[in-house]
Each structure stands twice: as C-alpha cells, then as structure tokens.
Design a protein around this ligand. Structure first.
Ligand code: V47
Ligand code: SF4
Length: 397
C-alpha cells in the first residue's frame, strides 16, 4: 500500500540544517526520492546521522508505505520443547537434552489442548517455535499441524524457524523442497523469521556455530517463497556485532526479497543478556534500539513491514519504536511464550488483550488495524471502536 505524503516539512527542516554534511543530505534525499541506498551509504548514515534525522527518514518511509497505520494480530504461541541439540551462546531458553529439571517437552495431546483452549475465541494465528529436539521429527510435526487444521481450519499456522527445518529435513533425509511440501500439505501456512541471528560468518561462528548456516537459512526461505510459503526475517542485534554486520545481514535479506518478494515483515530482535553464555555482554541502549529500527526501515526498501516484538522490547519501548519506522506490533500472544522472559526481557508474562494494544497504538496518534498473518485488514479500530465490537464479540475484555 503506497501512501502519498503531501509535505515532508519536518524532514526538510532537519535536512536543510546547516550542520548536516553534504553527504548526509545527498543520502537523505535519495531516501526521500525512494531511491535505494547502497551498503556504503547505509553505513555512512548509520555512523553519522543524528537520531533525529534517522527517525524522520524512517518515519517518512513508514508513512509512504503504511500511512499512519499500526498492525497487530490476535495470536498465541506453542513452544513444543525447550530442549535443543544446538548451543547458541545467546540463548537463555534452551536446555540440553539431559537437563531434565528445567526443561519441557509437550506431547501431541498437550499441544492440541492448547489449541482447544482457544475454541470460540477469535485468534487468527498460532505461532509454533521451540528448541530442536531429535525425537520431534518431520512426521510428528506434520501430524500435529494436520490435527490443528482439522480442528480449526481457519487458524493460520506460522511454524518453525529455518533452523528447526534444516535439522528436521536432514534427519528425515528429504530435500528442502520435499520437506516443505510435506509441511505445506499438512497445513503449514507460513514461517516465522527466527534463527537468522547475524549472517556474517565472523559473528555467526562465535555466537551460534553449530546450527543452520547463513546459506542454509537463506536457501530454506528462498525455496519456501518459491513454493508459495511466505515468511518473516529477524536480526539479533546489540551484542558483539557492529553496524557493518547489521547492514551486511539486511543486504542479504534485501537481495533475497528482490528475487522472491516472499518476506512479509522484518523483525529486529534486541539481544537480552540474562542467564546465557553471553551475560557479560551489555545490552544496547534505547538510543541504539531506535537507530537500529530506523535504519532497518530506511535500508529494507522492499519490505512492506517492520515489526517491534513487544514481549522482548517491553510494551512502552515498542510503542516508542512506532515513531522510528515500525508499523507492526505482533499480537496479543496471551502469555504463551517463554523465550524472552527467560532471557531477562521486561515482559515476564507477555499478554495484552485487544484493548491494551489498541490503546497503546492510539496513544501515539496512530491507527490500530487488526490484521491476519498476511496483512489483510480484519478491523480498523478507529472506524469501529472497541465498545461497539464488545457487544458483538463478548470474549473481548
Ligand atoms: O532466533 C534467542 C531470539 C528468536 C535470545 O516471525 C533471543 O513473527 C534476544 O524468531 N535475546 C526466536 N533474542 C523468536 C523469533 C520470533 C519472535 C517473534 C515473532 C517472530 C515472527 C519470530 O529469538 C531466535 C533468536 O534470534 N533469541 N535468545 C536472547 N537472549
Ligand atoms: Fe536452540 Fe534456538 Fe536456543 Fe539456538 S536459539 S540453542 S537453536 S533454541
């Protein structure tokens, strides 16, 4: 959805400030003219632009693409297990297979019970992601997805990071395309964006050397897109990587998106340092968070959406990012994820009802739109305010 902006007066003021270098002006004007900026230009912007300039440019791009809209959905997570064969140093969530006391492993029936809990409730998406457990194989997950779809055909199943899939397919001795086809036939609708971390080898080797490589991650997403399975992409930032590594990461995604147009949204994930092997690395400041979101919005000109995942950032910081290029806040989640609370995020019991999300968005004068996973509008909450909906859908609290 392209939106025309009549007068970028605020940006004019900032760009025409005499203290801004001619190079920054030149790059900024490219962004305003919808011209793609290069890796070198992005790096220059990252290193030299003020937070004010980055925020204004990001907001400009965001408004051009999505107007004043902020999307969210009504979703819940299933985390089948936190046992994992891999050893990512930043992960506070996984437990080795033998660490029985702090680990969980849900059975097929337990996961179906989670799905049944939402009977009669208008959630539109289940997000399934977890550790990589050798016993939970391709057939196990095909059966699960098939049963979820039989029970609730309208529920969009967004399932498995490329890391989980790479392991699942390798164990099942099937190609990427064969594995994805089986999952698609079972009812998998799309893929989340996890497991990407930082693609640059220098960093990837240090923080997650034993899981799917950059090439494997990209290849799984590219194959999925070509088979009509859309996906998201993430970037784990704010640890030992630098600006160049972030731009390099986003450039690989931008190139893939040029080839397939299969990514829905980009999600910068802020590294949290509690209870993991990288606890000595300090977390990024809020200024760095704002710069990271803004640069993502400016650089990824072929991504329609940038998401602030509020369980990890905290709801007020996520709200702040709505002025730094973000147009999506993920969903209600309903306290069904442990990944971030275990890593020390502010949200220890992540759950917001529709009212909380709508109010958070309206508080910063944006328009709350409930969407489905593929960004089709379900409801515009400015046009159809919550009070009226409450009578129609009594489960809203
Ligand atoms: O890949 C793990 C991250 C990801 C930590 O696609 C950490 O809509 C910060 O990908 N600090 C999994 N992050 C979650 C994920 C996701 C989340 C929400 C929405 C979507 C989507 C995808 O969590 C992992 C890793 O990058 N992670 N540990 C940590 N200590
Ligand atoms: Fe396993 Fe994922 Fe944690 Fe890595 S980030 S150890 S793959 S659960």
């Amino acid at each position: 959805m392209a939106v025309k902006i009549d007068s970028p007066t605020g940006i004019d003021l900032i760009i025409n400030d005499e203290n801004i270098s001619s190079e920054l002006k030149r790059i900024s004007n490219k962004v305003l003219e919808s011209e793609r900026i290069t890796v070198e230009e992005a790096l220059h912007l990252y290193e030299n632009a003020s937070i004010g300039l980055l925020g204004s440019l990001a907001n400009y791009v965001r408004e051009r693409k999505n107007g004043n809209t902020v999307f969210f959905n009504r979703n819940f997570h299933i985390e089948p297990t936190n046992k994992c064969v891999f050893t990512c140093k930043f992960c506070s969530y996984s437990r080795l297979i033998q660490q029985e006391n702090e680990s969980w492993e849900l059975t097929h029936e337990m996961m179906m019970n989670i799905v049944r809990k939402y009977d009669g409730i208008a959630v539109t998406e289940v997000h399934i992601v977890g550790g990589v457990h050798p016993k939970m194989n391709l057939d196990f997950f095909c059966d699960l997805i098939r049963d979820i779809k039989n029970h609730r055909p309208d529920l969009h199943v967004k399932a498995f990071t490329a890391v989980e899939l790479e392991y699942m397919f390798r164990k099942a001795k099937v190609s990427i395309a064969e594995g994805l086809q089986k999952l698609k036939d079972a009812g998998m609708d799309s893929m989340p964006g996890g497991g990407a971390e930082i693609f640059h080898e220098e960093i990837r080797n240090k923080i997650c050397h034993d899981k799917a490589s950059t090439e494997e991650w990209l290849s799984i997403h590219e194959t999925a897109h070509r088979m009509g399975i859309p996906s998201n992409a993430t970037m784990l930032y704010g640890h030992i990587e630098n600006y160049f590594h972030r731009i390099h990461h986003m450039n690989l995604l931008r190139e893939l998106q040029d080839r397939t147009h299969g990514f829905n949204t980009f999600i910068p994930l802020k590294f949290r340092n509690k209870d993991n092997e990288m606890s000595e690395v300090s977390e990024s400041t809020i200024i760095e968070d704002m710069k990271c979101y803004a640069m993502s919005r400016i650089f990824l000109d072929n991504f329609n959406h940038v998401k602030a995942y509020w369980p990890m950032l905290g709801r007020t910081n996520a709200q702040l990012m709505l002025n730094f290029g973000v147009d999506d806040m993920d969903g209600t989640i309903d306290d069904t994820t442990k990944i971030y609370s275990m890593a020390g995020a502010e949200e220890q019991n992540p759950s917001m009802n529709t009212r909380d999300l709508v109010e958070l968005i309206q508080e910063v004068n944006k328009v709350p739109i409930e969407r489905d996973t593929l960004y089709n509008t379900i409801r515009n909450y400015n046009e159809n305010p919550l009070e009226e909906i409450k009578q129609e859908r009594s489960y809203l609290n």
